[in-house]
Write a protein that binds this ligand. Structure first.
Ligand code: UDP
Length: 269
């Protein structure tokens, strides 16, 4: 049954860099296929999966702004469009192996994908479809990590349950709604990257850097452990969204992270 899994609904963040793999071009089809296969293995078990894709493999606004008069906002819109390309590639790969998938964009591109409609996205998830969120938050000056935190918060069952409990509902009533204790922790951002997790120092520069198994939000921000940008991590903190940072290049890791096995670094309170 579903109950043995820690997460019922997850938000998987796939960075553009991860999609590039070792390929000389922007997107490595072996990577998209590996992601699709692992996601398929867990959706079969009933875990609901939403994905936010980055775009750094194609275009990053912050690093390109300033060239030939390109202003930051325009650069960021190009970056957001890059995420749409990744999303459509990933969708096509997933559907080729039979995973029903919808892409929703943060700004309208109606001929290409659905617009983001929160309740519709949740409905897709409930029907067992994978929803890929593209175009980040739809706003320049943000990142797809922030989009991941935002979409996770927005589709959270946890928040709905919290509201119910505050309205004096007792355990037996919750049980009758078939909301079991372990489903209270149904939401998480799983950040797939090219590193094993969060280190206490930069492993590229410090050979003694060690991987942290768990770390608090506070430590991430106060020690400036470069995991996510500040906006994204504080959004997770304020909404009690745990984050698991793990290496996408190791086979089986995505599936492990989704079903809640120990992998990479766990960030929480
Ligand atoms: N971007 C943006 N607003 C958002 C999300 C993304 O303007 O809400 C732009 C920004 O220019 C960013 C680019 O899209 O550099 C690609 O996203 P990101 O860098 O987050 O991708 P990743 O690092 O995950 O590959």
């Amino acid at each position: 049954s579903k109950r043995q899994y820690r997460w019922q609904r997850v938000l998987l963040k796939v960075s553009g860099e991860a999609l590039a793999g070792d390929h000389t071009e922007n997107i490595d089809p072996n990577v998209t296929m590996a992601i699709a296969r692992e996601v398929a293995s867990v959706t079969k078990l009933g875990v609901e999966v939403a994905i936010v894709v980055g775009g750094g493999n194609i275009f990053r606004g912050a690093t390109r702004a300033g060239c030939s008069g390109l202003d930051r906002s325009s650069a960021d819109y190009i970056g957001m469009l890059a995420t749409v390309m990744n999303a459509i590639f990933l969708q096509a790969t997933m559907e080729s192996i039979g995973i029903p998938t919808r892409v929703q964009t943060a700004f309208r591109m109606s001929e290409v994908a659905e617009p983001y409609i929160r309740r519709r996205a949740v409905r897709h998830l409930e029907k067992g479809r994978v929803v890929i969120f593209a175009a980040g938050t739809g706003n320049p000056f943000f990142t797809t990590d922030t989009a991941a935190a935002l979409r996770c918060a927005e589709s959270s069952r946890q928040l709905q349950v919290m509201k119910l409990t505050r309205a004096k509902l007792d355990v037996s009533y919750l049980a009758s709604l078939r909301i079991s204790g372990d489903e209270f922790n149904a939401e998480v951002v799983l950040k797939a990257t090219n590193v094993d997790g969060v280190y206490d120092a930069d492993p590229k520069h410090n050979p003694n850097a060690s991987l942290l198994e768990t770390v608090s939000y506070h430590e991430v921000t106060s020690r400036d452990l470069s995991v996510m940008d500040m906006t994204a991590i504080t959004l997770c903190q304020e909404n009690n969204i745990p984050v698991v940072v793990f290496n996408l290049q190791k086979a089986g890791n995505i599936a492990k992270a989704i079903i809640g096995e120990k992998v990479g670094t766990f960030i929480g309170c």
